[in-house]
Design a protein around this ligand. Structure first.
Ligand code: ZN
Length: 131
């Protein structure tokens, strides 16, 4: 047997379960309607009605669940970091990249000695390791 590596797709087994549940609920509804219309075994008719609607709700819920998972995966942009350095006291600070940041640009002032800071690096933040 080939190992199934396409995990992101809804597995055909689950899809089949949903379809079967859907068909079963439809037939339960059909039985319910039939017995209600014919006035025969009215109690059974109502319980079939409940089963039918319950099954329908459940299969729709499953379908929504299987649809929902893959969507939210890939919307994270990598962060870009700017490193500032004070030429006088070597104080370093790091902040998010802002527009028009470039290396050797003079920005702001040192938190320690008030000297003008220089951008020494602009880089993409290394990807976080998953826990
Ligand atoms: Zn400084």
């Amino acid at each position: 047997m080939a190992s199934n590596s396409s995990v992101k797709k809804v597995s055909p087994f689950i899809l089949m379960m949903i379809v079967i549940a859907f068909i079963l609920s439809l037939s339960a509804l059909y039985v319910a309607a039939d017995s209600l219309v014919n006035q025969s075994e009215a109690l059974d008719g109502y319980s079939f009605l409940v089963i039918g609607f319950g099954g329908l709700a459940l299969s729709v819920y499953w379908l929504l669940q299987t649809r929902r998972t893959p969507v939210r995966a890939s919307l994270e942009l990598p962060r870009v970091i700017t490193t500032l350095e004070c030429p006088k006291c070597d104080f370093k600070s790091i902040r998010d990249f802002q527009r028009e940041d470039y290396i050797f640009k003079k920005v702001g002032s040192c938190q320690k000695c008030n000297e003008t800071m220089t951008i020494t690096a602009v880089y993409r933040e290394p990807e976080k390791k998953k826990n």
